[in-house]
Design a protein around this ligand. Structure first.
Ligand SMILES: *Cc1c(COP(=O)(O)O)cnc(C)c1O
Length: 365
């Protein structure tokens, strides 16, 4: 028998979450963001669930190639654009749309030999200060691009720094509106947080194309302010394993490397076939939530490479072979939000799903 751990990718949940994005921005077209191998879910595995999108947005040319290999003929957008001039050959060959966020990318386009003009997304730096032209340089970049025979339509794009937080997007939206005033073309502004929190009320935000990523995978962009379930999202990934051992502890007995946990009273613990080499966060402390046979309990002691240990107090019937849900859907309708595990480990659901290790057998459910 293989080691008892597996990940499930839930096609129905992906499709449901994508519909949720559409419902939030009913007039907009929807990019399903599938960078980082569909946030760890696997582009090929996520494809069936996301095939209702209007396009796929990603960063890596090899990933764009994989989306085309799946038979997708619709729009594919490179969110960071080209990394060097010859990437434009790939864009022409695969008919990729691409972001333009610095001058050299315009130089490369001007020198690119093609008889098929390309669709570009001109990116404004609206305050995040990662990628994009500053407002003062935006119009000149637009003018340069619009003068090129290599360029077809220009979509105006920005990315929010604070869509998930208290600061919100008002300032960035104002910067965007000033910088793009009277420029023609479609607009694309919103990630998941902006789509869920602001698209229902803000026309500018839902304009033309929204770009939801994390929400389609069923994690909340602004946890703990709002949970995924509270946003009407369903987990697209389950990580589950089984108990491969149990121990009965006496008061004072220690657990795991560093003996970081000691039993205060007699207790039973279970040993789970999942560790940091599977993508479970090593920094998750004692007390991180976990389900055993669908019953919520907690981890105890340090996460090691191949195992974690859990408190079986709330699950007296648990034994070797019992099902352990690290995150996602458990038995009998139980579930554990990836965001809760992430918060306990001091990180976000994004990081846990992206870190699912290649050694974990993964199947589409
Ligand atoms: C990753 C990314 C998104 C999606 O962000 P989520 O927070 O996962 O919804 C949208 N736009 C750009 C430019 C991105 O890089």
């Amino acid at each position: 028998m293989p080691r008892p751990i597996e990940a499930l990718i839930h096609t129905d949940a992906l499709a449901h979450n994508l519909r949720r994005a559409r419902a939030a921005a009913p007039d907009a077209k929807v990019w399903a963001v599938v960078k980082a191998n569909a946030y760890g879910h696997g582009i090929e595995r996520a494809y069936a669930g996301l095939a209702g999108a209007d396009g796929f947005a990603l960063l890596d040319l090899a990933e764009a190639e994989r989306v085309r290999a799946l038979g997708w003929r619709g729009p594919v957008l490179l969110l960071e654009g080209c990394f060097e001039a010859r990437d434009l050959e790939t864009c022409s060959r695969l008919d990729l749309w691409h972001a333009v966020h610095h001058e050299a990318q315009i130089d490369w386009l001007a020198a690119h030999k093609t008889n098929r003009p390309m669709r570009v997304f001109l990116k404004l730096n609206s305050g995040m200060n990662r990628l994009g032209f500053r407002p003062a340089a935006f119009r000149a970049a637009w003018q340069r691009l619009s003068g090129l025979t290599q360029v077809d339509e220009i979509t105006l794009m920005t990315h929010f720094a604070d869509a998930d937080g208290a600061a919100g997007i008002a300032e960035a939206v104002a910067v965007f509106e000033r910088a793009t005033e009277d420029l023609p073309g479609e607009r694309s502004l919103a990630n998941s947080a902006a789509t869920l929190r602001f698209a229902p009320s803000e026309t500018t935000v839902r304009a033309d194309w929204v770009r939801p990523g994390i929400m389609v995978y069923g994690s909340s962009p602004d946890f703990p302010a709002q949970s995924a379930a509270g946003w009407g999202l369903r987990p697209a990934m389950t990580l589950r394993a089984r108990l491969i051992g149990t121990q009965d502890l006496q008061p004072g007995d220690a657990v795991g490397y560093g003996s970081s946990f000691r039993a205060a009273a007699p207790m039973r613990i279970g040993v789970v076939a999942c560790g940091y080499a599977d993508g479970y966060p090593r920094v998750a402390p004692t007390g991180t939530p976990v389900l055993v046979d669908g019953v919520r309990t907690r981890t105890v002691g340090r996460v090691s490479m191949d195992m974690i240990t859990v408190d079986l107090g709330p699950v007296p019937g648990a034994a070797v072979g019992s099902e352990v849900t690290l995150w996602g859907e458990g038995p009998d309708g139980a579930s554990l939000a990836i965001d809760e595990v992430a918060a306990s480990a001091g990180t976000v659901g994004y990081e846990l799903m992206c870190a699912l290790a290649p050694r974990v057998p993964t199947r589409v459910a």
